[in-house]
Design a protein around this ligand. Structure first.
Ligand code: PEP
Length: 253
């Protein structure tokens, strides 16, 4: 069975105190208001992982993610954080290949593949991001662009490794812009992604893979997006920083 997932990417926002109050509010709202079968994930900045994670522990719907991970196991990599370190503080998911990391930190397909391997080797679950820039969509090359991103980083994984992967489709033109993909645009790309995955891995694994939509998702548009057959939830940026909005998105299933 495909998991329904809503993950909040806090990016480089919040102080320590603010992070603790945000996760406490989310924890309470999820406990009080969310009845269905949905996995909720919060991805705070590295320094807050352990403390935020402690506050999620009593909630069987709420899990912890990191926003990035090193491709290396350990050693002289100043400023980097390994998958085993993330695991040791209770992290269960890792966002890999977010467009901001591809853009500002020049993370290429091969690096992302290594990050996927390092993450899965520690028993953590990657949330692998893909998505096209506006010029690729305008030139009607968005399917090929996303297909190549999937192929170049995921196709070298084994079926067993792929079983751990969640995919997030995040068109770059929709991230933080207030411009959302229409539910039809999201569905057709998600169906295409699933089809590509079924060519790389076994059909059942592709069918069971959760594919999340990300890009200006909010309480007003989440219901229609989540109603699409191949949209299994969302990766939420801005709206995940407000507990009320985030909870309302979670309740949109
Ligand atoms: C994101 O960056 O993952 C994202 C989806 O951001 P936003 O919701 O703010 O567009």
């Amino acid at each position: 069975m495909r998991k329904r997932i809503v993950a909040g990417n806090w990016k480089m926002n919040k102080t320590y105190e603010e992070a603790l109050s945000l996760v406490s509010e989310i924890d309470n709202m999820v406990k009080d208001e969310v009845n269905g079968d949905v996995t909720v994930i919060v991805a705070p900045p590295f320094p807050f992982l352990q403390s935020v994670g402690k506050l999620t522990q009593g909630n069987d719907k709420l899990y912890l993610a990191a926003q990035n991970v090193s491709e290396h196991e350990s050693g002289a990599y100043t400023g980097e954080v390994s998958a085993s370190m993330l695991k040791s503080v209770g992290t269960e998911y890792v966002i890999i290949g977010h467009s901001e990391r591809r853009m500002y930190h020049h993370e290429d397909a091969q690096t992302l593949y290594k990050k996927l391997k390092a993450t899965i080797a520690q028993g953590l679950k990657p949330i692998f991001c893909c998505g096209e820039p506006l010029e690729e969509r305008d030139a009607d090359r968005h399917f090929d662009y996303v297909g190549k991103q999937l192929h170049d980083s995921l196709s070298y994984l084994s079926n067993e490794e792929f079983d751990q992967v969640i995919v997030a489709y995040e068109p770059i033109w929709a991230i933080g812009t207030g411009r959302t993909a229409s539910s039809q645009q999201a569905q057709e790309m998600h169906a295409y992604i699933r089809e590509q995955l079924s060519r790389m891995f076994d059909a059942e694994a592709a069918f069971n893979c959760s594919i999340l939509y990300g890009g200006s998702c909010n309480p007003g548009n989440a219901k229609e997006l989540f109603a699409q057959e191949d949209v299994d939830g969302g990766l939420i940026g801005g709206a995940s920083l407000k507990s009320r909005d985030f909870a309302d998105i979670i309740k949109s299933f």
